[in-house]
Design a protein. Sequence first.
Lengths: 603, 145
Amino acid sequence: MHRFFARTIAVASAIPGIALAQSAKLNEYGNPARVAPAPTAASITPRDLQIRLYQFADDSMQGRQVGRVGNYKGTSMIAAEVKRLGLVPAGDNGTYFQVLAYHIKKYTDHSRLSVEGNPLRWEHDWVAVPGARAPRPIDTAQVIFGGTEGDTTKQISAAQAAGKFVVLLPAPPTPPGAGRGGGGGRGGFPGFGPSRFADAVAVATVNLDGLSSAARQAINTPTVASQGAPAVNVGGRGGRGGRGGNAPPVDSVTQLKQTIAQLMPQATIRLTRAAAAALFGRSVDGLQLGATGGKVTASLDYVELPSEWARNVVAIIPGSDASLKGEYVALGAHNDHVGFGGTPVDHDSLKAFNNERNKLLLANNMIVDQAAVGAIHVNMDSIRKLHPKARLDSIRNGADDDGSGSMALLEIAEAIQSMKVKPKRSTLFVWHTGEEAGLVGSRFFTRNPTVPIDSIVAQINIDMIGRGRAGDIPGGGPDYLGVVGSYFDSKDLGETVASVNKKQSKPFHLDYRYDTTLTWSGYNNIYARSDHYNYALQGVPIAFFFTGLHGDYHQSTDEPQYIDYPHYASVVNYIRDLSVEVSNGPRPRMNGTKPAKPPRVVP
Amino acid sequence: MNTHMRLVPIAFVAASLFAPRLAAQGQSGGPVASKGVIAESDLLKIAQTAKSLRVEPTSLTIKVGQRVTLDTLTVTVIDSAGRVRGRLTGFDFVNIKPGEPASVVPRTLTGVHAGTTELVIRYPKLGWKRPDLRPEAKVRVMVTP
């Protein structure tokens, strides 16, 4: 009770500060709600980064998830800018793009679903969410109430679900644990464990209300599906999509995919509350676990379409030294984020909650105290004075993750392009796609590099460098910068990272704790969680920079107005200097060991 | 920043990385292709007995300004018994020095000026843990005006 009271006060006391800032049309971080596009300059400034990031992390980019149109738009923006800056294309066929071979699966409006012969309306009452499996037709399957999404303590058993049409209530919008690395999301894919309802004919979550017509269409437009290995169709008529023709040989990876696909429910559906009520013949409120409704008949019709919506952007600034321009310093960031979807939440309420939750984490060495988190109470009265209506938000903009790195690369490219004498080695810029889907773009690039992999002397990766305030992470502040793995593969590179920092007008306090594996709870296996890892696996020395996981990580509150632009600009200037130093200096020598690998992931 | 490596999306994606290569192999036919494309997961195993690489064609003639992607090359692994072990798709290559008649970045041969040069293909670094040097194969590149 006491803790509850303290948290309530804390939130309430923070609100007047916001109100004061709002009166000047700047928020408490000194940022406006919007920044209009404007020309940028060769120097790396907070203003330039602001101009770039507000566009790249705009809602119109839809969270830039790989395989979705938002990622296509984001990569188009980057490519247009590097073209304007005059960088040399280093993607496929003389373009800036290295396209990953993907298909997207899309359900069509020929899909049908009815209960006891009464049809439900496509995209009005229900939407099918594209997934790994090709759903079988559903023939008079029993509707059963399965409990709450994501909470196995309030769900029916796997045996109860087998062969049934399972309906779940949505999980409450509790933010994922920063100490656990967050939950993120797969863009509209409900967060239930896959295996529990593997034998259900469908899992339908009651979370379609509140979404606009466009948002409902977008749920079904997108997901990345594999090419060449059509989605598993266990039996029945299935969809009319697929590639047809000769089936490709099945290798171990394909087998693994098929095995995992078998762990998923046959079909994933989102429903309105009204549609759920139609399934049960009564409201879903107050239903007991295992309560049954009518019988469902459904046919989900889909097509698989080739997609260019998964692509790396690759560009080069040639070096100035004839003997060294065939070697590269690679700068990397990721152009994708986790998209959008899920139940829209009040942005301001979530932000206030995230801030409070992060304070608790900071006070507890980043260890989650679930009881304390559960006791957080947001004073909505104060928020409503600023925003009388709830601002519903389901777009995870990824301003920091990794809009900050992507726009940093553009600023560095602009800065290097303006140098009268370019660095001796060439500078390779790669904006990787699909980092959030498992480092896909960097994996593809390092297996199919457009420059010889042996000619890359170092890879400097930037992912999330826009925050790092004292309120974000332990030890945070204006001089904070996390560096990961710089000594793992090459002591030379590690020393260059340190020495260039010392030359900065205001050197950073470089945080090496992420290299020390088990000694603190913020460790989080960071070394293996961004694109540099795939370069390290190839024996390329790497240095990874970031400013920490914060309370808005993978949330709809990771927006440009919460970025610390002066700090961000300092980091980008430093990385520009580091890149130039590595380009002009001796090639960093490998330590002579295999790439370091953390022994285990801290839970 | 990626969330903890989750099995499901990684598997989808891993499959998608290999699938197009497999499909392409199925369409091309021929004795080499029938040996199959070497999956990344098999690279280390095959490296244990890999003796040499064979690249086809062994020579290319291109015009100044013409581009040929390296994906048009067929690179196969030969083991110590002389058997074809499969086809490499994600092979490594060595940069052609500036000033030579052709360039190879970005993963594309481009005729720069008339003359002859050489492209070196290597077994993927990712799949090579042996202490000796990786097998190589060379393609003679002739650039005509």
